[in-house]
Design a protein around this ligand. Structure first.
Ligand SMILES: *[C@@H]1O[C@H](CO)[C@@H](O)[C@H](O)[C@H]1NC(C)=O
Length: 341
């Protein structure tokens, strides 16, 4: 069994945990964006974003433990906002040398310049090399688009806040195994949140394809890969989703949401002879899936993540996290009472 210790010292924690075993690499590897009104300032929104890059690229290359500890801004690129271009630089929070990615977040306050409705976007070239669903590969342009509407809601008496999501930079699918990708989501207003592919309003640049041989449950925000529908070709797949929020009880038709925000990530389809039930699992003192932890401002949250591999031939190399700013993660240790076999 392997474990590591996580501590953090600021507000809100949205932990996404997953266990990874191996390798691979190439610039854009996905992102999420959310926004909320600033109390008593009807013209400004606070935007939070999280972005993933190939670590061996200019945007991602400076992310190491020192960058995280010293809270240094890295990265490049710009958000297109009503105020003009605002830097997409970020504070690195997570990285993997083995898997060649880095991920971080930042927030920016954006003046609506007197508008109630606007779009905020970030587009450029390119995603890392990914599969075309019908064959071959490409390095598509990415586009992230968030739709902001600051009107006062009749039901709450205040402006809306967008849904919030968080995603690992990579989800892994063993090609021979049925797999469900669960997209974490939250809504500060308690709204219903649905997920759909971003192709409806061209909110996805050149990477708009659904995952082949899978079904997206828009209500549950789950992508189910079904081997009965066919087999993925090995490689990377770029996924571009849009999350929309609807007041409880309202019709949940596409485009009718109070806001729209992007969630983009990668799926790595790989071949392996491992049995499908032999995947590493989180165990022991690890927080439960979908746990929500509120940490008072200035407080400290401490958690231990433990994982084990049911496959005697496989040991845990790394426990990846999607970390809030301020989280410190210890090195991986092996439990001496429960060593790898
Ligand atoms: C945005 O505004 C809020 C409220 O005034 C403030 O607490 C926060 O620090 C600001 N964020 C940035 C990135 O300037």
């Amino acid at each position: 069994m392997a474990s590591l210790v996580v501590r953090r010292s600021v507000v809100l924690a949205f932990l996404v945990l997953l266990v990874t075993l191996s390798v691979e690499g190439s610039h854009f590897r996905g992102a999420t964006f959310s926004w909320k009104p600033i109390p008593n300032d009807p013209d400004t929104i606070q935007c939070n974003f999280r972005v993933s890059w190939r670590r061996s690229s200019g945007e991602g290359g400076d992310c190491d433990q020192t960058t995280i500890n010293t809270n240094r801004l890295i990265g490049s690129g710009n958000w297109d906002t009503p105020e003009g271009s605002l830097p997409a630089q970020y504070y690195c929070t997570d990285f993997s040398v083995q898997e060649d990615w880095s991920q971080g977040s930042n927030s920016m306050n954006v003046s609506m310049q007197g508008n109630t409705v606007t779009d905020i976007s970030f587009d450029s070239c390119c995603w890392i090399t990914v599969q075309h669903p019908n064959g071959g590969t490409h390095d598509p342009d990415w586009n992230l688009v968030a739709h902001v509407d600051l009107s006062v809601r009749p039901d709450t008496g205040r402006p809306n806040s967008s849904p919030i999501s968080a995603s690992s930079a990579i989800y892994r699918i063993q090609i021979s195994c049925d797999t469900v990708i669960r997209i974490p989501r939250e809504d500060p207003d308690g709204d219903v949140v649905k997920c759909r592919y971003a192709s409806v309003y061209s909110e996805c640049g050149e990477a708009c394809d659904p995952l082949p041989f899978s079904v997206l449950d828009e209500d549950k925000c789950e992508i189910s890969y079904r081997t009965s529908m066919g087999s993925l070709r090995p490689g990377w797949y770029a996924m571009a989703l849009t999350l929309e929020d609807y007041p409880p009880g309202a019709a949940t038709t596409v485009g009718a949401g109070l806001s729209r925000v992007p969630l983009q990530f990668l799926v790595d389809a790989y071949t392996s002879n491992n049995q499908c039930n032999m995947k590493p699992v989180l165990t022991g003192r690890t927080p439960q899936d979908r746990d929500r932890v509120l940490v008072p401002g200035g407080g400290t949250y401490h958690a231990v993540l433990e994982a084990e591999s049911p496959n005697p031939g496989v040991s845990i190399a790394e426990i990846s996290t999607v970390s809030p700013l301020g989280m410190i993660k210890s090195a991986l240790t092996t439990d001496s009472d429960n060593p790898p076999l």
